[in-house]
Design a protein around this ligand. Structure first.
Ligand code: FES
Length: 156
């Protein structure tokens, strides 16, 4: 897993000012910040608002609208869950619903400070043994919601 430096407001400020001249600079700035630090700290909001002459609510709205932006440091663990056709036929969408209902784990939700997140992927090449998941390089077949929840909760 990639290790990012801790949030640094001065570094963030220089990233913001180096891109502020771009047309529609909000998204390039947010992407650059996330690339550098692994997430967009709430402290970035006033910096961006000031540099682009936007309201803080505008910047905040953009961050919330695009669910790819993390607002807290990246989780320690990412569980990739296959939701392609063969795994769908083997119940992965029910698994996704069960995860949310029974374990409070929302797939593809990057907001909040979580130890683990579950992300959608499309085909892990393990179609005969779906639903499939990939966790830290390990391919796991025939997963169910309980197994995924356990994988998310398991600390190493
Ligand atoms: S469709 Fe899920 S592993 Fe191929």
């Amino acid at each position: 897993m990639v290790h990012y430096p801790a949030w640094d407001q001065d570094e963030a400020r220089s990233i913001v000012s180096s891109l502020a001249h771009l047309e529609g600079a909000t998204l390039p700035i947010l992407h650059a910040l996330q690339e550098e630090f692994g997430y967009v700290d709430p402290q970035a909001v006033p910096l961006i608002a000031e540099a682009l002459n936007l309201s803080r609510a505008d910047v905040h709205g953009t961050i919330s609208f695009y669910h790819d932006f993390r607002t807290a440091p990246p989780p320690r663990k990412i569980v990739k869950l296959c939701r392609a056709e063969a795994c769908q036929a083997q119940g992965c969408e029910t698994l996704v619903e069960d995860l949310a209902r029974e374990h409070g784990i929302v797939v593809d939700s990057h907001h909040g400070n979580q130890d683990a997140v579950v992300e959608t992927v499309y085909c892990l090449g393990n179609c005969a043994l779906g639903p499939s998941a990939l966790v830290e390089g390990e391919l796991i077949g025939r997963v169910d919601a309980d197994r995924i929840a356990a994988l998310c909760g398991a600390r190493q």
